[in-house]
Design a binder for this molecule. Structure first.
Ligand code: BG6
Length: 483
């Protein structure tokens, strides 16, 4: 996968005579430059990438509705780079030369002016709310873009399968599918990428990762953060769309897919698409196999949190969930009958961010060995980045009494934060780490029965105090279903 191995595409040596050509240069145009996503995630990722790889011949142009000038924008870029420790050359060079253009990018005239100000190969990053992104894309389809332009879009990609399909149809009027990068920053997390090496570069684990040996797979992302001033976005999304439909299904895709022959964009994304196409709600019963809940007031690490329904900008009548759980079946030879339980929640008492593969008990324990009632487990933690294997072994005291032991390996963070990793793929023209159009639609198809059951109120909206372990009626507390 070139995106993970190579660096930001450096300009080739200058052509004979030393003249620069526009083709040597890339411009990253950020639409929504004054927004929160740009400051918190995108610029720090870019700064690290520039610091690690050098900016090559990259220019940065920011565009937004705010009445900023170049100085104000450069200040924003420097501050964000500093949060990622990218405050030395060559990142500073990028910050010192970047430009800001005020524009309403849903207006074709404004868009045209912005595009004219961007030299070389163009990368357009839509760091905008989904509805504005759709309008900007519609305007862009009329205006047209220079050949080779890449488009980078944030999640959520549409709000349902039909919406994702029409956005896809609009995008391919502007550029080809391979030039569209649908960002899922989980695919840039080093432990998520490590799933590939863990599964396909040794012969220990892969032979047992199937229904004969595996009892359940849990993919859990419990956060202790609450809403963090994101009411405008989150109250319309909720935990299912915000986390499960996007990030956790991508993790399921990597965990459950068959080995691709190469890690090229096409091979890897074909395998992921294949397994997601075979994924559906367990027993096709979204009422029995989904849960939703939202937090009430509580305390986390000494910090008081108001009830979600009382947070500024929230409409309690929308009934948005801050915790979601679903059980999925993967209808393939390898995984038939193995429940995949996905859960994500906010404002929980402890952080638990991991995928856990639980194995069946050993078929027969020799008489004479006692004390082992724990199943073996493989644990892949997404922060802190760690791999763990829980096994039953002979205990240290009485050697005939078994004890569980945990073999652990720390991965440590990668060289780049997830956004840096994802941007590297974009600059390298390598869509491996982005979500392909068909897969974006497929992920909505998987969760739609659940959303429909919730809309009809077939699944009660439970409550849990902030700082607790979540609702009492959790699918993770139940014995996993069997087919
Ligand atoms: C984002 C979600 O995509 O991922 C947030 O919108 C969530 O709600 C975040 O908190 C979690 O990712 P990370 O990598 O920041 O922990």
């Amino acid at each position: 996968m070139s995106g993970m191995m190579t660096s930001v595409k450096h300009a080739p040596e200058a052509h004979a005579g030393g003249a620069d050509t526009a083709a040597d240069q890339q411009t990253l145009l950020i639409l929504g430059a004054s927004g929160d996503l740009t400051a918190r995630l995108l610029l720090p990722g870019l700064g690290r990438l520039a610091a690690v790889d050098g900016p090559g011949r990259l220019s940065l142009v920011g565009s937004g509705m705010e009445d900023w000038d170049d100085d104000r924008w450069r200040q924003r870029v420097r501050e964000s780079f500093a949060t990622a420790g990218a405050d030395a050359e060559p990142a500073t060079e990028l910050a010192d030369t970047t430009r800001y253009l005020r524009a309403d990018v849903t207006r074709p005239e404004d868009l045209r002016q912005v595009l004219d100000a961007c030299p070389g190969q163009l990368v357009i990053y839509f760091a905008l709310p989904p509805a504005i992104t759709a309008k900007a894309c519609a305007a862009l389809a009329g205006v047209g873009v220079p050949p080779g332009t890449r488009l980078v879009l944030e999640k959520p990609f549409g709000t349902d399968a039909a919406g994702a399909r029409s956005l896809n149809q609009l995008l391919v009027r502007i550029v080809q599918e391979n030039q569209i990068h649908r960002v899922d920053h989980f695919l840039g997390k080093s432990t998520v990428i490590n799933i590939l090496g863990l599964r396909f570069a040794n012969r220990i684990l892969e032979p047992v990762l199937n229904a004969s040996h595996v009892a359940t797979v849990d993919i859990v992302f419990d956060e202790n953060l609450g809403l963090e001033n994101r009411a405008g976005y989150y109250d319309h999304a909720g935990a299912l769309a915000d986390m499960i439909q996007s990030h956790l299904l991508q993790v399921l895709g990597l965990l459950a897919m068959d080995a691709p022959p190469t890690l090229d964009a096409r091979d890897l994304r074909d395998r992921k698409a294949q397994v997601l196409r075979a994924t559906r709600v367990w027993n096709d019963d979204p009422v029995a196999f989904s849960r939703r809940a939202r937090y009430t007031a509580g305390q986390i690490d000494g910090r008081r949190l108001p009830a979600y329904a009382d947070e500024a900008g929230i409409d309690p009548a929308r009934g948005t969930e801050t915790l979601a759980e679903i059980v999925l079946a993967v209808d393939t030879w390898r995984w038939a009958g193995v429940p995949f339980r996905l859960r994500s929640g906010k404002a929980l008492g402890s952080r638990r961010k991991e995928a856990v593969v639980t194995f069946h008990q050993a078929p027969r324990i020799p008489d004479g060995l006692t004390g082992c009632d724990q199943p073996d487990r493989l644990r892949i933690a997404f922060g802190p980045d760690r791999l763990g294997m829980d096994l039953n072994i002979n205990g240290p005291g009485d050697p005939f009494v078994l004890d569980p032991v945990s073999l652990e390996a720390e991965f440590g963070p990668g060289d780049l934060p997830p956004y840096g990793e994802v941007l590297r793929g974009v600059f390298d023209d390598d869509p491996t780490l982005s979500v392909r159009g068909d897969t974006a639609e497929e992920c909505w198809r998987i969760v739609e029965p659940v959303l429909a059951a919730w809309r009809r109120d077939r699944v009660p909206l439970q409550e849990y105090p902030a700082g607790s372990t979540g609702p009492a009626d959790s699918l993770l507390h139940e014995t996993p279903p069997r087919s």
